[in-house]
Design a protein around this ligand. Structure first.
Ligand code: HEC
Length: 472
């Protein structure tokens, strides 16, 4: 009798603790309405496709269509970076920070987590290429091995609540489910819903111990693509700005072109307050999680993670919307692949640190654009990439690239990072467990027919490489 009572009490205590833990977890939040004029989400597929077609054609409707697309990209950014009421380690979470990461979804794909554990998703080095492991002959360097920490792509992939629910319902991060689809003759995974959003935020971690005078950090600055197409990783960018973790600095666009490693070249004009960039302080748990990775990092509680870049893709249209963002010292005058026109369309609702970012957009491949099937590799190329993520790509990273002859008869090799386009590489995404040698691989800007015979024997993964690479 007594033991039964004790058992019940223990049970209650355990269940209570479980409930409390759940209640205290992070709740993934849907995209909020940020009241940006001209921005609706999800926008109708016909409206967006109409803009995309008009924008890529040389007609009088092109300019307004381009403007609509820019506003759409900024609307997404404004909503994704809005602060929520949820707080972790005393710091408010932005909308995208509440979302589930691939590792969290893959850990238990059958039971969707309703809440996230009460800590931030651990930072990981994002691998350039899992195809490399399938094809050992491809000499692909992994950024995790890069001796320059500034060249490492540290971040995660996160899914909005509706994309996460789709992954859980269809078990898309389970190899067994993908294999069953492929064995049953399917060509593609079930498509994501129109509300699906996926983000790939990338951070630099500032070690408190490495700061100059206990407060300044040299952050590399992208000043535009190299004159001669070539791999251009952050370690090769000459300029930097100085981030002041104590909040000083009077930077309004100036860059330190010849930075001295001891900080002696720093001026007030090349110094920017930490509040101008999206950041968070690492907790002891965040630092542990980072140090447990394959990297020789020496992260400690109190270090600062700054958001240098973020990819955003949305399933509002069949070929997805693709936009990318990176921190820039002069956000009104961002270098290519962004532009003053793009910067000029930032809405008034975009305030604070997120307003300090540049945007590039790839809703099309060429002007004029080509159809989903039956198109050709012709037209004026639309390059769109993130300096922190793709600019490092060399021809060997983009093995399926195809050259293009432009309107002036010049041959463009389109096989380096600054000659890529998001859509161009993601349209090729496929799950290839049978190791078909013909399966599409990475490429710079080129046309790929969604019905190409190269996909036969593979499973198309609705443009998301991470599904193919993280399913286990
Ligand atoms: C040359 C190929 C390539 C190019 C170009 C490229 N990506 Fe990706 N992208 C990938 C791969 C591979 C992954 C998977 C990363 C992982 O598994 O960790 C990925 C992941 C992503 C994700 C997470 C969802 C997914 O697909 O797995 C987003 C969002 C994304 N990229 C957006 C973009 C945007 C926006 C651009 C253009 C600015 C871009 N990508 C350019 C290859 C590419």
């Amino acid at each position: 009798m007594a033991s039964a009572v004790i058992h019940r009490l223990l049970c209650l205590a355990a269940c209570g603790a479980a409930l409390a833990a759940r209640a205290e977890g992070i709740v993934p939040e849907p995209l909020p309405d940020v009241h940006v004029p001209g921005f609706a989400f999800p926008e109708s597929e016909a409206t967006l496709t109409g803009w995309v077609a008009a924008a890529s054609r040389d007609t009088f409707g092109a300019a307004p269509a381009v403007a609509n697309i820019h506003v759409h990209g900024w609307g997404l950014w404004t909503a994704l970076t809005a602060e929520t009421k949820q707080v972790v380690d005393g710091q408010p979470l932005r909308v995208f920070e509440t979302w589930l990461a691939t590792d969290e979804l893959a850990a238990d794909p059958a039971t969707p987590l309703v809440t996230r554990p009460r800590h931030r998703a651990p930072l990981r080095t994002l691998k350039k290429m899992s195809i490399a492991s399938e094809r050992p002959a491809d000499p692909i360097a992994d950024p995790a091995d890069d001796p320059e920490p500034v060249n490492r792509v540290l971040g995660f992939v996160k899914f909005d609540p509706t994309a996460a629910a789709h992954i859980a319902r269809q078990q898309l991060l389970r190899a067994a489910a993908l294999d069953a689809l492929l064995d049953g003759g399917a060509q593609s995974i079930p498509p994501f819903p129109a509300t699906a959003l996926v983000v790939k935020p990338v951070f630099q971690v500032i070690h408190a111990a490495d700061l100059i005078d206990g407060r300044y950090f040299a952050l590399k600055v992208w000043s535009g693509p190299p004159a001669i197409p070539q791999a251009y990783p952050p370690a090769q960018w000459p300029g930097c700005v100085w981030l002041d973790l104590v909040g000083g600095g009077n930077g309004h666009g100036a860059v330190d072109e010849f930075p001295a490693s001891d900080g002696s070249s720093r001026t007030d004009e090349t110094t920017y307050p930490l509040a101008s960039i999206v950041s968070y302080r690492l907790s002891a748990a965040d630092a542990d999680a980072l140090n447990q990775g394959a990297l020789a990092t020496k992260a400690a509680a109190g270090d600062t993670a700054v958001l240098v870049a973020m990819h955003v893709a949305g399933r509002e249209i069949a070929r997805w919307t693709w936009q990318t963002f990176w921190w820039t010292p002069a956000p009104d005058f961002p270098p290519a692949p962004s532009s003053r026109a793009i910067a000029g369309r930032r809405p008034a609702q975009l305030r604070g640190a997120p307003r300090h970012y540049a945007m590039a957009i790839a809703y099309t491949l060429f002007a004029p654009d080509q159809p989903y099937v039956g198109g050709e590799n012709v037209g004026a190329p639309v390059y769109a990439y993130n300096p922190w993520i793709e600019a490092r790509f060399a021809p060997s990273d983009l093995p399926d690239s195809q050259s293009l002859i432009d309107s002036s008869g010049r041959t463009l090799a389109n096989n380096t990072g600054a000659q890529t386009n998001c859509l161009s590489c993601h349209v090729r995404a496929n799950y290839n467990p049978r190791l078909r040698a013909t399966a599409p691989r990475f490429a710079g800007l080129r046309y790929t027919d969604l019905g190409d015979a190269q996909f036969v024997g593979t499973l198309q993964v609705d443009f998301l490489w991470s599904i193919a690479r993280h399913a286990r």
